[in-house]
Design a protein around this ligand. Structure first.
Ligand SMILES: Nc1ncnc2c1ncn2[C@@H]1O[C@H](COP(=O)(O)OP(=O)(O)OP(=O)(O)O)[C@@H](O)[C@H]1O
Length: 403
């Protein structure tokens, strides 16, 4: 492993100049904290900076790692946006301030393969991807986690807003106290083994408290704005990124009504997502929505709002971290609260285990897009516990078997 090492030996003076209570972080190990080695994933943002400072202040042997994930120079030049190179610099300044070792690791090729290429290919397949889940699943909780183990760490700590709770069967994942910040939807693919090694100290802290701690500890990122949207698409122009990586994705095709009428032409399926109303460029007198995308025919299928209603959500690559069961068949009919988009509240439904997994919702949901995640929460815990989830592979609208 090649490490771009910046070890900063200064001992941190974390005495708080303001009347803000600095929480003691207990990561739950039996051995003395000074002998417990902790790797903190430092993005250069305020959340993981506070986490690193709290872990250090609690007396753990703290190592900060920042991943260089994409070509910052190109991103800045092309998109004129806030620069991730600046984030690396910020992480170093924080590590310097609190006096911890800090490494910057080049994960560009892994990130491109596991996240950016997958993002482009998923769009090309007519799906609506969530690259943050892929990044958590593969880059952070697989590659970085392995690196942390290689470094002899006892755990990997991140600034995610999610809770890890000790349960009768081992570590459980729960939603964060700050529901507005809760990132459990994006972490559904976290396995039990990964959860064992992870710690999330921000589980109980509301974001304003995190900012107050950052200011009280005089962290150089205390007033840095929150990161927005997808890190490698800083100006929000997903289609440009995909078109550059996969030129075929921008090929035009037909806009078809559900009833078979050809309504017009589109400039590439990557510009559309299920549930979209704006920007269709067809005028028929009735409000029309994207009902499904047929990537094989390069067709965008539109129809009335009622046609968006979905009852059954077909899943792939399901990760179950709920109660232990003897074989997944035992989960057939299991009641869950299912969240079909990050912006939607969880709604009641039941798991259906047959040839594969699906969720049958008690009441239809609109705008369920293949490529997004369907995350299960436990109704028995007031929706607090995450039971797992899967990728939305098809719905009763998009499954070709149903058309
Ligand atoms: N480039 C990176 N290198 C190392 N760790 C990272 C990196 N990007 C994100 N992380 C870790 O993943 C966590 C969640 O990432 P996310 O992109 O959601 O950041 P965030 O909510 O904006 O938090 P932050 O304020 O720490 O940037 C971060 O708090 C951090 O622990």
């Amino acid at each position: 492993m090649s490490l771009d090492t910046l070890v900063l030996p200064a001992v941190a003076d974390l005495a708080s100049p303001r009347a803000v209570s600095i929480p003691d972080i207990d990561l739950g190990f039996d051995k003395p904290r000074a002998q417990t080695r902790v790797v903190v994933a430092m993005s250069g943002g305020v959340d993981s900076s506070v986490v690193a400072a709290l872990v250090q202040a609690a007396g753990y042997e703290t190592i900060g790692i920042t991943l260089q994930l994409y070509d910052h120079g190109a991103a800045v030049k092309k998109q004129g946006a806030c620069c991730a190179g600046q984030d690396i610099h910020d992480a170093r300044r924080v590590a310097d301030r609190i006096g911890i070792a800090h490494y910057v690791l080049d994960y560009e090729s892994r990130f491109k393969e596991a996240v950016i290429d997958n993002f482009a290919d998923t769009y090309l397949a007519g799906f609506t991807p969530i690259p943050c889940v892929r990044c958590n699943q593969s880059v952070k909780f697989k590659d970085l986690l392995e690196t942390a183990r290689d470094l002899g760490a006892d755990c990997l700590v991140t600034g995610h807003y999610v809770a890890r709770v000790a349960g009768p069967d081992g570590a459980e994942m729960h939603r964060a106290v700050d529901r507005a910040r809760d990132q459990s939807y994006f972490l559904f693919a976290t396995t039990r083994a990964q959860l064992d090694f992870l710690r999330f100290p921000l589980a109980d802290l509301p974001k304003p408290a995190v900012r107050e701690i950052a200011a009280a500890l005089d962290l150089p990122v205390a007033v840095k704005p929150d990161s927005q949207d997808i890190c490698f698409v800083p100006n929000g122009k997903y289609a440009d990124v995909v078109a550059k990586l996969r030129p075929g994705a921008a090929e035009p095709g037909q806009i078809l009504h559900l009833d078979g009428r050809v309504l017009g032409e589109h400039a590439g399926v990557i510009h559309y997502t299920v549930g979209q109303r704006r920007g269709l460029g067809v005028a028929t007198g009735e409000p029309l929505f994207v009902i499904r995308i047929d990537a094989t025919r390069r067709a965008v299928i539109v129809g009335p709002k009622e046609a968006l209603a979905v009852r059954e959500v077909v899943l792939s690559d399901v990760n179950w971290i709920g109660e232990h069961v003897d074989g997944e068949d035992a989960l057939d009919g299991r009641a869950v609260l299912a969240r079909v988009r990050s912006t939607r509240p969880p709604v009641p439904g039941r798991l259906k285990i047959g040839a594969g997994w699906s969720v049958v919702l008690d009441a239809p949901e609109e705008g369920v897009a293949p490529g997004q995640a369907c995350v299960f929460y436990d109704p028995a815990h007031g929706g607090q516990r995450v039971l797992g989830g899967g990728w939305i592979a098809a719905t009763d609208l998009t499954d070709p078997r149903s058309s």
